[in-house]
Design a protein around this ligand. Structure first.
Ligand SMILES: [Zn+2]
Length: 299
């Protein structure tokens, strides 16, 4: 096998792994809001309780072969399942092509970075759905995940991957990420006597900060606020004045996190040129490359 073939093969492998991560996120989406374990019991049909065997649990493919029906009771299976799998699968493949753009990056460090940021994407996709549907942000994907962002920074640094934030930047990112919505929350409470954001947003941005570092996290806040305002104002216009919408903010932060992951260097260099971040958007130190590799290496 030539290096080029190995590179092509690894992309197919990455797509399959990302589809499986999407499949696991479906389990999280279904169980986490109800505080059920994601490991036990094994997957079963929510209608009839029949166990789902491995050949009926293949991402996307099984849904197509079963024609969207449970094998045992024939009750319909939501198209949401293959949709989430395909979404995470495609984002995972895109991420792989950015982190490992040529056979030269077929290294342990780049593979490790890919798995870290694929997990990050999976958590944000699941959080988006759960927050839209249930108005909660799971602790497992926010406050409990933040320390893993710092650990990942340590591990990736040790493996020689210099594209992500250093562990110090991960810590500062988590603090800034949590402090930004917290200050808005407290200010809003002082001025209006009510909550403008939820504490879930504080925890979620803390996690995003731990994985992306401080500058990209501020970009996530900016993008999330802009998107949120546009949708919020749109809802106010279409639903009439005085419409008090329960619009969760988490999905905007989560989508912002994915956008910044893919575009952090170009976004920051364009909108915050005064910081001198250049092509290394995520980093506070100009000598270290930040998330970069995610965006920079492709072009
Ligand atoms: Zn069934």
């Amino acid at each position: 096998m030539t290096l080029e073939q190995a590179h092509l093969f690894s992309q197919g492998w990455a797509f399959v792994v990302a589809l499986c991560v999407g499949s696991f996120m479906n389990v999280c989406i279904a169980r986490m809001p109800e505080d059920r374990s994601v490991a036990y019991p094994p997957s079963h049909c929510p209608s009839c309780g029949a166990g789902i065997r491995w050949f009926d649990n293949v991402p996307v493919l099984s849904w197509v072969l079963l024609r969207a029906k449970c094998r045992a009771c024939k009750s319909p299976i939501s198209p949401l399942y293959p949709a989430i799998e395909l979404l995470v699968g495609c984002l995972g493949l895109l991420l792989f092509r950015q982190l490992v753009p040529s056979p030269a990056e077929l290294t342990l460090g780049h593979f490790a970075a890919w798995s870290v940021y694929l997990t990050f994407i999976g958590m944000l996709v699941a959080t988006t759905y759960i927050d839209l549907r249930h108005y909660i942000i799971p602790d497992q994907f926010s406050v409990y995940a933040a320390p893993f962002g710092v650990l990942a920074a340590v591990g990736l640094g040790a493996l020689g991957f210099d594209g992500g934030p250093s562990w110090r930047e991960a810590v500062v990112g988590a603090v800034i990420g949590a402090a930004t919505p917290l200050s808005i929350l407290l200010a809003y409470k002082l001025l209006r006597g009510e909550d403008g954001m939820g504490y879930g947003d504080v925890k979620l941005l803390g996690m995003i900060g731990a994985f992306l570092g401080p500058w990209p996290t501020l970009a996530v806040v900016m993008i999330g606020s802009i998107f949120g305002s546009i949708i919020g104002i749109g809802l106010m216009i279409t639903q009439g004045r005085g419409f008090r919408t329960q619009l969760p903010f988490g999905p905007f932060l989560a989508v912002g996190g994915i956008i910044v992951l893919f575009f952090s260097d170009t976004l920051l260099a364009r909108w915050l040129p005064g910081l001198g971040l250049g092509a290394y958007g995520g980093s506070m130190t100009p000598t270290a490359k930040a998330l970069p590799s995610v965006a920079a290496t492709k072009r």
